[in-house]
Design a protein around this ligand. Sequence first.
Ligand code: URA
Length: 207
Amino acid sequence: MDVNVVNHPLVATRLSVLRDKETGDPEFRSTLDELTSLLVYEASRDLPVRVGEIHTPVSPAEGYQLDSPPLLVPVLRAGLGMADAARRLIPESTMGFVGLARDEETFEPRAYMESLPEDLSGSRAIVLDPMVATGGSLLHSCRLLADRGCEDIMIVCVLAAPEGIDRLAESGLPLTMVTASVDDGLNENAYIVPGLGDAGDRLFGAI
Ligand code: URA
């Protein structure tokens, strides 16, 4: 799996704000929004465009439109913190949602919300989830997309652990990743180290 770690001063400074435990919830939310814009900008670099003629006030000129805008898929709950920025950047996109909970008998992720088009044949998707830790729930989400025919799945995350990247890479699904950092690994509670804590709690408060 191709992993693009975005090396940019603005990404590094926004990421530091998110990592800092002194950063309060409102600043965490607005900074995640800014960082998502930078990451989605990178993720959309190779989107195909259609060329046509437009007219400036002065003369005809070449104009561009996205050829097949991607489906954006925030993974609930933390992915919601990335949804507005991604849609602002690609307003031509459509948005689906996946919500996952852990099945308390099998301990496997189970989708309690699958709001996705039935047929995604030949399409591309950008999956939004700030934290790729074990990769379990993200893998489940990406399978839902691949099962519907999606052929190009770009994961946009803030942090990824090597364990999660390996698991996704071994899946054989058509995945690529854009991230602000690949961190050291997971601790015994499956938190990313050094990480930024629980992204969902920092966005929406602990419940
Ligand atoms: N999810 C989070 O929000 N944080 C982690 O460190 C791991 C998973």
